[in-house]
Design a protein around this ligand. Structure first.
Ligand code: G3P
Ligand code: CA
Length: 244
């Protein structure tokens, strides 16, 4: 599976409707986006917990209302041609994608966990009846637990991160992750590419999970990971890769 990471984020500003549209037009199977919650409990699609890097605003998302965030420019930082691109809500992304690709939705946290983020997201997925084409993922076990406790069952992926090696090589830290037993409700255990050793891939597969790996833009490396048996690759370059 090819996953457009934060949308087609090397051709349009990450996590905007422009990036999602370019990913829809690309060979990607999945589109990955990140979700945070505003001060007035609205779900917005942005990677960082703060506005500073990808908009002309500043401060935490959790301290701003949706109306305030909607006034910000989320495109000019990337390229002037995207000036006036806005921070989308999760609902706007669902309405744009409409099942044409799968959506991998990462639930983030700010300085603190967002109140009711998991249940609110699931409420929206339920409203749009998108169980067939949406997957929720998170680094945080607290968020995954809330998803798993909801009566509306949505597929989930667990994101794992270990201590990243200083040199850019595959680093066999598989055993540091320990047992995956407590994630039995998830369908995949996803890792940074440095952890996707052959042994790791075998280990997660033997435990009954798939594994998606982030973030890989070099076609040769993607081929190497596919040969190792990884099930999905997240790439910023999904719209520009020549995919066989
Ligand atoms: O899907 C996993 C990957 O997106 C996690 O890293 O920082 O890009 O959200 P990040
Ligand atoms: Ca993400």
């Amino acid at each position: 599976m090819l996953v457009a990471h934060r949308g087609a984020s090397n051709t349009a500003p990450e996590n905007t409707l422009a990036a999602v549209q370019k990913a829809l037009d690309s060979p990607a199977d999945f589109i990955e986006i990140d979700v945070h919650q505003t001060r007035d409990s609205q779900l917005v699609v942005m990677h960082d917990a703060t506005l500073d890097r990808t908009t002309n605003g500043e401060g935490a998302i959790a301290e701003h209302t949706l109306a305030e965030i909607k006034k910000l420019d989320a495109g000019n930082w990337f390229k002037p041609e995207f000036k006036n691109e806005r921070v989308p809500t999760l609902e706007e992304v669902l309405q744009l994608v409409k099942g044409r690709k799968k959506l991998l939705i990462e639930l983030k946290k700010g300085k603190d966990f967002y109140p009711g983020l998991a249940n609110q997201t699931i409420g929206l997925l339920r409203k749009y009846r998108v169980r067939e084409w949406c997957v929720l993922q998170s680094f945080h076990d607290e968020i995954l637990q809330q998803i798993w406790q909801n009566e509306y069952q949505v597929p989930t992926h667990k994101l794992m991160v270990g201590k990243l090696p200083l040199v850019p090589v595959y680093f066999d830290t598989s055993l540091r992750f320990g047992s995956f037993d407590k994630y039995y409700r998830a369908s995949a255990i996803n890792v940074h590419r440095y952890f996707a050793s052959r042994r790791f891939v075998k280990m997660v597969h033997n435990a009954g999970f798939k594994t998606f790996v982030w973030t890989v833009d070099d076609p040769a490396e993607i081929n190497k990971l596919v040969n190792r048996g990884v099930d999905g690759v997240l790439s910023d370059a999904a719209a520009t890769l020549a995919v066989e």
